[in-house]
Design a protein around this ligand. Structure first.
Ligand SMILES: [Zn+2]
Length: 258
């Protein structure tokens, strides 16, 4: 009896999760509304540098992302009314659940549920719930010399992004590129680079695939991630001013729909 009730409850929860996902997906893809994004800073370490950097963040810290999105969306949809509003949420004092090393499918499923539950519980005093939650885990660069940061993720189903970034003013431009890349995953954009070499894939990962000569490019396609300068080398864009939404990404996120 109890077992049946438990299964029934679980099915109801899953149904609501599925329904919520479908509604938010179609809402985002229509570009007919304002999409509210909250960016929550999280200190990934106990460094005073990180704490200081987070204290100094303000609404202007993410304005570049909002302005860039407005400009890029307009290039494809002149008549659209929608915009993406980004606000700075309160600092989150707990870390999101981590993924075990070499996870299997069940690990990933459990972790994704845990992450969604963790994100759901983060209250920041705002009455209006954001459509998208982005958690930026800031790391002190001095503690990461020669070591790469963990991978950032954009979980489309939960409308949650978990981003690893350096707590340094010089990195603000590159951090904005990473945040925007993950944010567009949540709108349905796919990666357009080779995971092994990190080279953007031609043509969809190029901002100007028609350019002659093709290489070096001067801009990065946001989901290609880097500026291809030769067949073997691609540079990390310094900030959003040298990145664009290419046609394939535009189609994936619903910008080319009538
Ligand atoms: Zn990506």
């Amino acid at each position: 009896m109890f077992r049946k009730i438990r299964i029934l409850l679980l099915l109801v929860v899953l149904l609501f999760v599925a329904l919520g996902t479908w509604r938010s997906d179609s809402r985002l893809a229509s570009w007919a509304y304002v999409t509210r994004v909250a960016v929550y800073p999280v200190a990934a370490d106990d460094s005073p540098t990180t704490a200081q950097f987070i204290r100094e963040l303000d609404a202007a810290s993410f304005a570049a992302i909002e302005n860039w999105l407005q400009r890029e969306v307009k290039r494809y949809r002149q008549t659209q009314q929608a915009s993406v509003q980004i606000r700075l949420g309160a600092e989150i004092k707990t870390l999101p659940p981590g993924l075990p090393n070499a996870p299997n499918t069940l690990d990933i499923m459990l972790w994704s549920l845990k992450l969604r539950w963790w994100a759901y519980r983060q209250e920041d005093g705002e009455n209006i719930k954001p459509h998208i939650q982005i958690f930026v885990l800031f790391h002190d660069a001095k503690r990461h010399v020669g070591a790469a940061l963990p991978h950032s993720i954009g979980m489309r189903k939960g409308k949650i992004g978990v981003i690893h970034a350096f707590a340094s003013p010089e990195q603000t431009g590159q951090n904005a590129v990473i945040i925007t890349h993950e944010l567009l995953h949540l709108f349905g954009a796919t990666d357009k680079y080779d995971f092994a070499t990190l080279q953007p894939v031609y043509p969809q990962g190029y901002a100007e695939p028609e350019r002659l000569p093709l290489l070096p490019q001067t801009l990065a396609e946001i989901m290609g991630g880097r500026i291809p300068v030769s067949r073997e080398r691609a540079e990390i864009p310094k900030d959003l001013s040298v990145t664009r939404i290419g046609p394939t990404t535009a189609e994936e996120i619903g910008l080319l729909a009538p």
